[in-house]
Design a protein around this ligand. Sequence first.
Ligand code: SAH
Length: 215
Amino acid sequence: MTRAEPDSRTISLIMALRAAGIVDTGVLGAIERTPRHVFVEAGFLDRAYENRALPISCGQTISQPFVVAKMTEALCLTPRSKVLEVGTGSGYQSAVLSHLCRRVYTIERYRTLHEVAKKRFEALGLRNITTRLGDGCLGWPEQNGFDRILLTAGALECPPDVLGQLRDGGLLVLPMGPPEQQFITVIRRDGDDFHAHRGEQVRFVPLVAGIAKAI
Ligand code: SAH
């Protein structure tokens, strides 16, 4: 299959990410292949390829491409990785991950976001993404034993059920800390030990336990 040449907006975004220090060519390639305009709200189409977070429905946000790239780099994915994502949101981050790993399991607590994202994955033919409406604080127990886990909502600490579903030697990435002091944090599991490393300062919407009632 031949791949379409990236358009000028995509090229500018990739250049902005390189200038901001993203070096992983696999990650840059996955971002290049992911049409961000498909994941933003209609009113923000003209800003889809800017390196910034944008509002989506249910009061949530589609993450800044730089942060998506940083977190994806930190996951050190391989084509064999089985990945859990907590916080599907627009589905953009899941789509980027799907190009770099074997399978993505993604959970969202808002029905609207879950359903819209699922349709986007189908439309783009991203068949290695499995979606679920549910509480990501509980993880995905039936698939226990993830090589990589990514939380895309901020928390003071990683929910224990999620941590417990990381396989030995696996990596988990989350925005950790109070809202004003959140850092991309990488946790590596070594048997029953968990080692954490702190990276870039970020600002994410909060991780909230339970399925959203209204929408
Ligand atoms: N990865 C997303 C980022 C969306 S913002 C993207 O690329 O667009 C974070 C998302 O996490 C929000 O949609 C929010 O509803 C969701 N979220 C927060 N707490 C959650 C929980 N306990 N379970 C599942 N999703 C959750």
